[in-house]
Design a protein around this ligand. Structure first.
Ligand SMILES: Cc1ncc(COP(=O)(O)O)c(C=O)c1O
Length: 481
């Protein structure tokens, strides 16, 4: 075997390519507007340029990087672009990128405390810092998950584990006649991930009850109570309710205190999905959005959504880490921790599905330190100011209207030219408007439907978005309607 068929690539080459890549990233982050924000790729375009099988012989890193620019970059939709206003606009950040380099370089697996004590202890510390920034009580314990979908699924699993007498861990749910149907409650605005989690856990879609929301898209607590009472009368076992702070369509805020009252009254596990909106609570005047959350059993909020932390990092908190551990801990001999006092350390593999875990906390640590509380507050506050500004422009425009309140940094609206009131025509017009503005490559918006109305969503969350970008988006919408 020749030397080239063994061992690592020459570190001199790594150094050279690494410097080159850092330059590329800096140029890219300096000018993301050089690219169309929404990729112009057609289905299959990228695959057609790639060979059908992996190479037999080694290829130089320089050739791979050249192909990255030539083939891959045109197929990228640029979430770093300051005019990316679709979905929930998110960005990484310089400290996050630097930390990702180190995470990849160290490549530790944080499954047990001893498989990298720093990974475990930094996770405890950074999630506790974030808890404090959010103004949440000290009895909440955090675990990093890949995304809010996983966090909410884990919440449903913990809630199911907490049902007295169910013994689901040992007996499962299928084929049993000794246990009533479990019932979970969400609103008609809850993110689909909660229902998906319930499907995965064998709760069954039929047992996920969608509670109606009011004219501002907030869950109606009285309707929740009616549904719970109906289910109790039918012999079912209500066990879980999810309230959302910042729903996906409109960023509405469910009345958590009233839902917490009902959760306590009927013995439901209260999970709060603050994947996007929860993060606003680091801004002092927005602290109220987490009112009632101290009474929740679990909470998710995503630093990868609105805290400049690169994908992926979701912060899951619970007041019942013991229940979470009961739901997930399974200890084969080969993972048994012999060197340490088992109670003195956390083995994060016991608190979720994943065994192997990336060193995600490192990037949150870099982000929290590099911006500081002050810097994070200022950036989030500015995003909300820009959204308010746009909301005012829309409210003042005769041919546009807002379709939902704007509590955070996402604006829901549509074009509504004077004299055009047919709902189908309005829907068509707005769909065409969105397609047209997105086709310019200058901005990227997404949509939702609210009470049947095709609704444009402009979400501000990008670290590079300034007033001029929002202004340009607004001009473009007005020009193209
Ligand atoms: C309110 C809410 N919850 C959960 C999710 C799912 O998040 P993730 O992509 O981290 O799984 C989203 C995604 O946008 C969301 O808006």
């Amino acid at each position: 075997m020749s030397d080239q068929l063994q061992g690592e690539i020459d570190l001199q080459e790594f150094r050279q390519m690494g410097y080159q890549l850092v330059d590329w990233i800096a140029d890219y982050l300096g000018h993301p507007e050089q690219y169309p924000v929404l990729s112009r790729s057609q289905p299959g375009d990228i695959k057609a340029q790639l060979p059908p099988a992996a190479p037999e012989e080694a290829e130089p890193l320089a050739a791979i990087i050249a192909d990255f620019e030539k083939i891959i970059v045109p197929g990228i939709t640029h979430w770093n672009h300051p005019n990316f206003f679709a979905y929930f606009s998110i960005t990484g950040s310089v400290p996050g990128i630097l930390a990702e380099m180190l995470i990849a370089a160290l490549n530790v697996n944080g499954m047990l405390w001893r498989t990298s004590p720093a990974a475990t202890e930094l996770e405890e510390v950074t999630l506790d810092w974030l808890r404090q920034l959010l103004g949440l009580p000290a009895d909440l314990r955090g675990v990093i998950m890949d995304g809010a979908s996983m966090s909410s699924m884990v919440a449903v699993a913990a809630a199911r584990e907490a049902v007295a007498g169910l013994d689901v861990r040992r007996q499962g749910l299928a084929g049993r006649t000794d246990t009533p149907r479990l019932r979970a409650y969400i609103s008609d605005q809850t993110h689909s991930s909660v229902e998906k989690g319930a499907i995965v856990l064998g709760i069954g879609q039929e047992n996920v009850v969608k509670i109606p929301s009011d004219d501002q898209f907030r869950m109606i607590p009285a309707a929740l109570e009616t549904a719970v009472l109906h289910d109790l009368a039918a012999g079912y076992r209500p066990f879980f309710v999810c309230a959302t702070i910042g729903t996906t369509s409109t960023t509405s805020i469910d009345p958590v205190p009233a839902i917490a009252d009902l959760a306590e009254k009927y013995g439901l596990w209260l999970h709060v999905d603050g994947a996007y909106g929860g993060m606003a609570a680091i801004v002092p005047e927005m602290r109220h959005v987490l009112d009632g959350v101290a009474r929740a059993d679990s909470l998710v909020t995503n630093p990868h959504k609105w805290l400049f932390t690169p994908m992926d990092l979701s912060a899951f908190y619970t007041r019942h880490p013991d229940v979470l551990k009961r739901a997930f801990s399974l200890l084969p001999e080969y993972l048994r921790n012999t060197e340490t006092d088992a109670n003195a350390v956390i083995d994060y593999m016991d608190y979720g599905v994943q065994l192997g875990r990336r060193f995600r906390s490192l990037k949150l640590w870099f982000v929290l330190r590099a911006y500081g509380r002050e810097g994070l507050v200022a950036r989030l506050r500015e995003h909300m100011r820009l959204a308010q500004q746009l909301a005012e422009w829309i409210d003042a425009a005769p041919d546009f209207e807002r379709l939902a309140p704007t509590p955070f940094s996402t604006v829901c609206f549509r074009a509504h030219p004077r004299g055009l009131d047919d709902p189908d025509q309005l829907n068509k017009l707005n769909e065409q408007l969105m397609t047209a503005v997105n086709a310019t490559g200058e901005i990227f918006l997404s949509h939702t439907k609210l009470n049947g109305a095709y609704t444009l969503r402009l979400a501000i969350g990008n670290i590079r978005t300034e007033e001029a970008h929002v202004k340009r988006a607004w001009e473009l919408l007005q020009e193209m309607v």
